[in-house]
Ligand binder design. Structure first.
Ligand code: FAD
Length: 281
């Protein structure tokens, strides 16, 4: 099913993110975790592309495992290290696999990358245009309630977001955030720029206190004092941190739904028990 049609029928969606394995020997365990998450019957599941240590080669295969469970897959695709031939090859493969939804991303620059060198794609908007011209996919884009780390101002980032949306994006998925006020302010500001498509809120249940400070530094996500207190208190106790992280994410989600957010996308880090707790809550 094309995701652009889902929000015409459903008021709120719940979806999960999965990431592919790094190597062949991890494939079976990742496939099994993804199957368990899909059995919770979320409205859709996204599968990252080369992010989180996974490799791009497995994205389509994991997306097929999702769809085999009767769940719509959203395949991520990045363009920063690709040329037109490779992107067309990926689009052909996704179409053949029955995948109808793509999250079109630029991707992070690899080490030693020269952004000023001539390339087929510079920004995600170039990929959106390419997929739109290819046809047959519903297209999502990423957005950053606190601004993208590379962009000097949120105002400029919003201008670029509007350009990307106008290239043919059907829905947006946000970077994680831990303060709902940040998202509400962002939604207000994009509305003022006539961006009116569904914005799906990315929520991360933090289960590992040590990793989160580094992840937030890299992604430009701020940690509210209330959340820092929780990590300080429970970060050294994995079981307690997991419970606290799920409780915090649940509270966030209840507030988001109460305030009219159209979709909740949970960064489950391939953990079926975390996905199950969130779905049950
Ligand atoms: P863009 O929309 O191209 O924006 C990148 C930067 O360029 C921004 O600072 C923007 O303001 C600026 N910009 C855009 N247009 C212009 C212009 N015309 N002139 C000047 N500046 C401009 N990464 C992966 O590798 N694999 C994944 O699977 C993955 N999944 C993700 C899922 C989500 C929901 C999110 C939020 C991020 C994900 N990422 C993933 C990370 C993403 O690739 C990085 O954040 C990357 O740095 C930016 O990608 P983008 O698609 O947002 O880029």
């Amino acid at each position: 099913m094309k995701l652009k049609d889902v929000w015409k029928k459903k008021e709120v969606t719940l979806s999960f993110e999965a990431f592919p394995p790094k190597k062949d020997s991890d494939f079976a365990s990742v496939a099994s975790a993804v199957e368990k998450i899909a059995q919770l019957k979320p409205d859709f599941m996204s599968v990252t592309y080369g992010a989180g240590g996974g490799t791009s080669a497995y994205t389509g295969k994991i997306a097929q495992i999702v769809q085999a469970q009767g769940v719509t897959a959203l395949a991520h695709l990045t363009c920063v290290s690709s040329d037109r031939d490779r992107i067309h090859h990926e689009l052909d493969a996704l179409r053949q696999a029955g995948i109808e939804n793509i999250l079109a991303l630029r991707g992070d620059y690899p080490e030693g990358y020269d952004p000023s060198a001539p390339r087929d794609y510079r920004y995600a908007r170039d990929l959106v245009e390419e997929i739109r011209a290819y046809g047959g996919f519903s297209i999502g884009g990423a957005c950053y309630p606190e601004g993208h780390v590379e962009c000097p101002s949120q105002r400029e980032d919003l201008r670029h977001l509007k350009e990307k949306v106008d290239c043919g994006v059907d829905f947006l998925v946000t970077q994680m955030f831990f303060d709902n006020g940040v998202l509400y302010s962002f939604l207000y500001r994009i509305l003022a720029r006539n961006i009116e498509l569904p914005v799906i809120a990315g929520v991360m249940p933090v289960t590992n206190g040590r990793q989160i400070a580094r992840i937030c530094r890299l992604s430009g996500t701020s940690l509210p004092a209330r959340f820092r207190m929780i990590v300080d208190k429970f970060g050294g106790n994995p079981a307690a941190m997991k419970q606290a992280g799920i409780a915090y994410a649940t509270e966030q989600i209840i507030d988001l739904i109460a305030n009219g957010v159209r979709g909740i996308h949970v960064y489950t880090m391939n953990k079926p028990d975390v996905a199950a707790s969130i779905a049950a809550n």
